[in-house]
Design a protein around this ligand. Sequence first.
Ligand code: SAH
Length: 348
Amino acid sequence: MQPQDDSTKRQSILDMSEHELADLLAELGQPAFRAKQIRSWVWEKGATSFDQMTNLPKSLREQLAQRCDLGGVTEVARQESADGSRKYLVRYGDGTAVECVGMPTKSRLTVCASTQAGCGMQCAFCATGASGLTRSLTAGEIYQQVLHVRDDFDARITGVVMMGQGEPFANYEQTLAALRRLNDPNGMGIGARHLTVSTCGIIPMITRFSKEPEQFTLAVSLHSAVQRTRDALMPGVKRYSLLRLYDAMGEYANRTGRRPTYEYALIKGVNDTDEELAYLCDFCRNTLCHVNLIQLNDVSGSRFQPSSPERANTFVRRLTSVGVEATIRNSRGADIDAACGQLRQRLG
Ligand code: SAH
């Protein structure tokens, strides 16, 4: 790739603040209402070229094309599951590639989006964790994954989960900015409760998230309520103890009144034992939460195996018996490498 001279470097219009866009238009001698028209093309319609912006004067379109860039992603691979889920590997202008998934049901279409290319958290069972962090994505880049899925299905997106590659709370500002755009009626207009962030448990950011005014949904990857097991499975969050997580989640529930989800991928002989189950019950009992038991997705070369369905049922029964809501998440797209990072890994 040619090194780019700063003077010719074009700024992504999706990552311009309202202020920056207003300044640019003023500099070009344009009336302020152009900003609204441009934002509508970028955020609602998902324009891929300035030429599509037919309600702008041609001269302005040309000036914008010289100064700015519309970002845009290129699909480099896709897989479709028998259950209708579609998984995409999309590439940004600098060559960085991430995965996103569209998961349709009869009346809904949920997108699983990535917040980083790669991930620095090193969870032992995760395909993305194995390859490390490439870089964080901008809000515009996160948003564009959702636009890509919307356009491919040609359907309204009803929910987004930040459960693709990366740790959203290691890229807090950009993730929040993307969520706000997805929520904005002039963006995608998705209800805040249908916008979910999943974190491996970065406590200061859980606290910060609990103070945001929107009713976004929080999921925390727990995977074990036994400190030494969790430390081994999720070394990236070792410094945030379960005790502190417990307290932070209590505060989150008190402050927001919302029910967080704990994700728990059942791994044979590791976190599915009777002792682990007892600790999990203790961690969740008398707290506002929902436990999502996930079938571990096979990651090639992994030393971990999924638990049996009977074991998952035992977990649900026992949690329910102590008053904790628990469900087994039906695994979407298991036939298309839909587990975290697998498509990217396979394509190298
Ligand atoms: N970094 C965030 C979100 C990305 S991963 C987080 O940790 O929550 C989304 C979910 O998939 C997390 O709960 C993660 O632990 C889980 N996951 C990763 N690899 C998996 C695998 N092989 N099988 C099942 N779940 C997996």
